[in-house]
Design a protein around this ligand. Structure first.
Ligand SMILES: NC(=O)C1=CN([C@@H]2O[C@H](COP(=O)(O)OP(=O)(O)OC[C@H]3O[C@@H](n4cnc5c(N)ncnc54)[C@H](O)[C@@H]3O)[C@@H](O)[C@H]2O)C=CC1
Ligand SMILES: CC(C)CC(=O)C(=O)O
Ligand SMILES: [Mg+2]
Length: 358
């Protein structure tokens, strides 16, 4: 099969983790006889530095012409520490999501037996936790207008907007995921306070009748934040709006043991993007210490979701499991022995994949 991917490393640890995941992608493609072509594009602070635009038109064209996009992370302290900067790396990520129509961000949260001890949560509470967070990705407060400051600079406004169509699209997808899993859907909102959440609840309630095999529950986001770490096994599929999903999934990474472990698939209209859920972790940039597994597992999702190549995805997961069991891991998940570098973990996984016979 011909696999034509765009690689957008971005900023901070982005280049290190994407390069590592790309090496894994290459070895898997090679092993299964696929023709892999890839081309790099600019996004984020590095794109601002080179072009003045965090999501240049050339990058958009590259993504549109690819079958899938492998994305690292964006963000730079130069902008984080300068609230008055008008052009910001995050605008590049948001523009990419909007222009590619990536309305659904699928964030699976699972546990690994060899990492149970890395979570501050009790092992018996998290063992076998397996939930699928579905985050709406192109609406809500990250995109709503008006946004900005008053003339005197002393007040600011952000706007949360959702249409019935946007809600229906993502909630139907979540119902369909629930049908393929344990048939339980938790719809997270703040309908006791927010009008957008009440529209979410009203729209979702109407959809329930189309999915009678799914047990649906509604939960306020503050309660969900608590239950997620108190009793994660109660969740199967969880669907929510953009900002709630952003926050809850960073929290959910505590179940797995590190933010460096959670992958995601952003799917939608024009192409799909595979990206770790974490950011550019600037403190680790250039040090070759960041955990590459969230990005490598995102590459597994790319094989499965974008190319429907399930065996290829499964082999990557098997290799990741093996590296965890061997304790060949980066410092964020290392307890015994020597922490390994980003590239060493990637090379271990590449060798493991090469060593597997069909
Ligand atoms: N999708 C994206 O590109 C995202 C970009 N950002 C941007 O990233 C920059 C840094 O934001 P932060 O809030 O510090 O979030 P972050 O996700 O970059 O890092 C938070 C903490 O998580 C841990 N961590 C994250 N990734 C890791 C990895 N691969 N291996 C090991 N540990 C890891 C580190 O302890 C780190 O201090 C900002 O500019 C922010 O806007 C933040 C989130 C998502
Ligand atoms: C940097 C933000 C725009 C997004 C974010 O935190 C995320 O997608 O996880
Ligand atoms: Mg986030």
């Amino acid at each position: 099969m011909q696999l034509n991917i765009a690689v957008l490393p971005g900023d901070g640890i982005g280049p290190e983790i994407t390069q590592t995941a790309l090496e894994v992608t290459k070895v898997v493609a090679n092993k299964f006889g696929h023709q892999l072509t890839y081309e790099f594009g600019l996004v984020g602070a590095c794109a601002i530095d080179k072009t003045g635009n965090p999501y240049p038109p050339e990058t958009h064209t590259l993504c549109m012409n690819s079958d899938a996009v492998l994305f690292g992370a964006i963000g730079d302290p130069r902008f984080d520490n300068n609230p008055s900067a008008k052009v910001r790396p995050e605008q590049g990520l948001l523009a990419m999501r909007k222009q590619l129509g990536l309305y659904a961000n699928i964030r699976p949260v699972t546990t690994f037996p060899s990492l149970l001890h890395k979570s501050p949560l009790r092992s018996d509470l998290i063992q076998d936790a397996d939930l699928m967070c579905i985050r709406e990705l192109t609406g809500g407060i990250y995109f709503g207008k008006p946004q900005g400051r008053s003339e005197d600079g002393n007040s600011a406004v952000d706007t949360c907007t959702y249409s019935r169509e946007e809600i229906e699209r993502i909630v139907r997808l979540a119902f369909q995921y629930a049908q393929k899993r344990r048939k339980k859907l938790t719809i997270v909102d703040k309908a006791n306070v927010l009008e957008t959440s009440r529209l979410w609840r009203e729209t979702s309630q109407r959809l329930e009748k189309d999915y009678p095999d799914v047990t649906t529950e509604y939960m306020f986001v503050d309660n969900a934040a608590m239950q997620l770490i108190q009793w994660p096994k109660r969740f199967d599929v969880l669907v929510t709006e953009n900002m709630f999903g952003d926050i809850l999934t960073d929290e959910a990474s505590v179940i797995t043991g590190s933010l460096g472990m959670l992958p995601s698939a952003s799917i939608g209209i024009h192409t799909s993007v595979f990206e770790p859920i974490h950011g550019s972790y600037p403190q680790a940039a250039g040090k070759n210490i960041a955990n590459p597994l969230a990005t490598i597992l995102s590459a597994a999702l790319m094989f499965e979701y974008a190319f429907n190549l399930m065996e290829e995805g499964a082999l990557i997961r098997k290799a990741v499991d093996a590296s965890l069991e061997a304790g060949y891991v980066t410092e964020d998940i290392c307890t015994n022995g020597q922490p390994r570098s980003t590239s060493d973990v990637g090379e271990w996984i590449v060798r493991y994949i090469q060593s597997q016979t069909e």
